[in-house]
Design a protein around this ligand. Structure first.
Ligand SMILES: NC(=O)C1=CN([C@@H]2O[C@H](COP(=O)(O)OP(=O)(O)OC[C@H]3O[C@@H](n4cnc5c(N)ncnc54)[C@H](OP(=O)(O)O)[C@@H]3O)[C@@H](O)[C@H]2O)C=CC1
Ligand SMILES: Cc1cn([C@H]2C[C@H](O)[C@@H](COP(=O)(O)OP(=O)(O)O[C@H]3O[C@@H](C)C(=O)[C@@H](O)[C@H]3O)O2)c(=O)[nH]c1=O
Length: 302
């Protein structure tokens, strides 16, 4: 297998590099826009710069590399930025997928595309793959439009939808709920955490494993890949505080209505993951195991 990965500097991209370079039968090409943030950590992994929103670059890189599989993680992932800068969001989240899907179909390369729980409206979670999408923000609209592009492709494809991903990565440009709660409480800083959203948080390593299973089996269709514990960010914050023995009194329980964010968030998403368990052999860690893994990694870095 020759796998071309997009977004290798991101949270999931970094975990996929770490996972795929352990597979002896896989030749990996990591791509991202800008410089390679993993050069020091994975010096033997080949890196090619690629801005997926640039059609000429996508065609040129894929025609030159001729991958058998593409795993597409790159996206504009800040929902508030997407709401405020819709043209850029469409370019990175939808037009880029058109370029990649066309290039993959031309090469008969299997295409694994990453999508989100934000394609759903959030009144009915946890959700199976056949639930009816109804995004409530522009990021979700863009990711749903991208799903339609992939589904209309004549090539071979899988869509991996995921939820609230957490994990440790090198300088990846944002943070995630578990690290934010831990670092805020460690600094003695009070935080407000929502108790009226429900999610199935996803350990980044589990998601990377799920993407690998999809590519390896050249799976076809939509798969929900997340953890299997359905809880609120507030409950997750309490679990993080307990694990790290930090002061839970710093966590204020709030409703999402107390935030004035540009992008509305869906209330109840979260996924049912039986299809991925049954068809792919996907077996995510428990939340307790995931938080423990994060804590070991962060401790190793600091
Ligand atoms: N994180 C989460 O909670 C969830 C993520 N997802 C989806 O999973 C996927 C992976 O997310 P995650 O790794 O967490 O996201 P990150 O934000 O950590 O990484 C996304 C990466 O995409 C890169 N990127 C953006 N636009 C382009 C472009 N035009 N060309 C090349 N690279 C680009 C970014 O580059 P740069 O560093 O330069 O900005 C960044 O490194 C995404 O498709 C996302 O929509 C779905 C649900 C939940
Ligand atoms: C910043 C902040 C977040 N939260 C909660 C709300 C939310 O459920 C969770 C994460 O908030 P964020 O704004 O980081 O992310 P948000 O945009 O809500 O989360 C999403 O990211 C994109 C990429 C996705 O595709 C989604 O699946 C989802 O995980 O943390 C608080 O409770 N208090 C806060 O101050």
């Amino acid at each position: 297998m020759k796998i071309l990965l997009t977004g290798s500097n991101g949270l999931l991209g970094q975990k996929l590099v770490a996972r795929l370079c352990q597979e002896s039968g896989v030749e990996l090409i990591a791509t991202s826009r800008g410089t390679n943030k993993l050069a020091m950590h994975f010096p033997t992994v080949r890196f090619v710069p690629l801005d997926v929103s640039n059609r000429a670059q996508v065609r040129e890189v894929l025609a030159h590399e001729r991958p058998t599989h593409v795993i597409h993680t790159a996206a504009m992932t800040n929902a508030d930025e997407c709401e405020l800068n819709r043209a850029a969001c469409w370019q990175h989240n939808v037009i880029a997928v058109k370029h990649l899907a066309a290039a993959c179909a031309a090469l008969d390369a299997h295409f694994t595309h990453l999508s989100t729980d934000f394609v759903f409206g959030g009144d009915a979670g946890p959700l199976a793959e056949d639930a009816v999408p109804a995004p409530v923000n522009f990021y979700g609209e863009s990711k749903l439009a991208a799903e339609h592009v992939v589904q209309a492709s004549p090539g071979r494809w899988a869509i991996a939808r995921t939820v609230l991903v957490y994990g440790v990565a090198h300088n990846y440009g944002r943070t995630n709920l578990v690290l934010w709660v831990r670092d805020s409480l460690r600094a003695g800083q009070p935080i407000k955490v929502v108790a009226d959203q429900w999610r199935t948080p996803t350990l980044a390593e589990d998601l990377a494993e799920g993407c690998w299973l999809l590519a390896r089996q050249a799976a076809q269709g939509i798969y929900h890949l997340s953890g299997d514990e359905f809880l609120t960010p507030y409950d997750l914050a309490l679990r993080v505080a307990a694990h790290f023995n930090l002061d839970a009194a710093l966590i204020e329980r709030v409703d999402a209505s107390t935030f004035s964010q540009p992008a509305r968030r869906p209330a109840r998403t979260g996924f049912l993951i039986e299809k991925a368990r049954r068809e792919l052999g996907y077996t995510p860690h428990s939340l307790a195991e995931g938080i423990a893994l994060v804590s070991r990694q962060r401790d190793a870095v600091t």
